[in-house]
Write a protein that binds this ligand. Structure first.
Ligand code: MN
Length: 249
């Protein structure tokens, strides 16, 4: 995880944070100080080169928006400035029309890979797991015909709070609440293209680098948010990502 101040990296130790000095990536970092979890302002837990996403990867979600299930993974990108943190306020431009939440499991890549052809190699390319909200301006999405703008507003990719160093995304419940009411609740086992397949297919056309994020798609139950709503996305065994939505320009 990362938080504001001196751009610390840290590890969670209960309600405390162990602040790291050194190169945590190579596991040579040591804990040099402590802070309380409640006192920190969160940053995105990792700075990716690329935020790769997958559309329509759950049957129920494809159906609810009137789309067919794709024959191969439907990849798109979110621009880097969309990245934001746990507990950051997300600005929903009032001129952009309907704004939707999309709770998702997010893979964090740990190795430079290209042309991954086996499931084992794909699993090995994963450094860890985190939680994301693929916020979407739904009306602009259909109006534009492609998704650069509708999914790419600054702040439309909240990620966090932290990365769990675990290579196994299977069988995890993804649950999204708006103001405490459950709107999405499905297992990652319901993905059309599982995570290993996503890595294989993505690496056929692009090199994946350490720190890159892959949003793995959202289950059924997407819907609009209003200014003042709090959206919380929980991935079982990973964490809970919380963001307040506010109208703005
Ligand atoms: Mn999505």
């Amino acid at each position: 995880m990362r938080f504001q101040g001196r751009d610390w990296s840290a590890v969670i130790e209960g309600e405390r944070l162990g602040l790291l000095d050194g190169d945590w990536w190579s596991k040579r970092a040591t804990v040099v100080a402590q802070a309380a979890v409640k006192d920190v302002t969160w940053l995105p837990p990792i700075l990716p080169r690329t935020i790769l996403c997958v559309g329509r990867n759950y049957r129920g979600h494809a159906a609810e928006l009137g789309n067919d299930v794709p024959a191969e993974p439907l990849f798109f990108l979110k621009q880097w400035g969309a990245l934001t943190a746990h507990e950051a306020v997300v600005t929903a431009p009032s001129w952009a029309g309907r704004i939707d939440y999309e709770g998702e499991l997010v893979l964090v890549i740990g190795k430079t890979v290209r042309n991954v052809t086996s499931s084992r190699e794909a699993v090995d390319a994963v450094m860890g797991l985190t939680v994301g909200n693929d916020i979407t301006a739904r009306q602009l999405q259909s109006r534009d015909g492609q998704w650069t703008r509708s999914k790419g507003f600054d702040g439309f990719a909240p990620v966090g709070p932290w990365v769990v160093l675990d290579q196994h995304p299977e069988g995890r419940q993804v649950t999204t609440t708006v103001n405490g009411l459950v709107r999405q609740d499905a297992s990652t086992d319901a993905m059309i293209f599982p995570c290993d397949r996503l890595i294989m297919e993505a690496s056929r056309f692009m090199t994946l680098y350490p720190g890159d994020l892959i949003f793995t798609g959202t289950p059924a139950g997407v819907g609009p948010v209003e200014s003042g709503d709090t959206v919380e996305v929980t991935v079982q065994g990973v964490g809970k990502l919380s963001n307040l939505i506010k109208n703005g320009d």
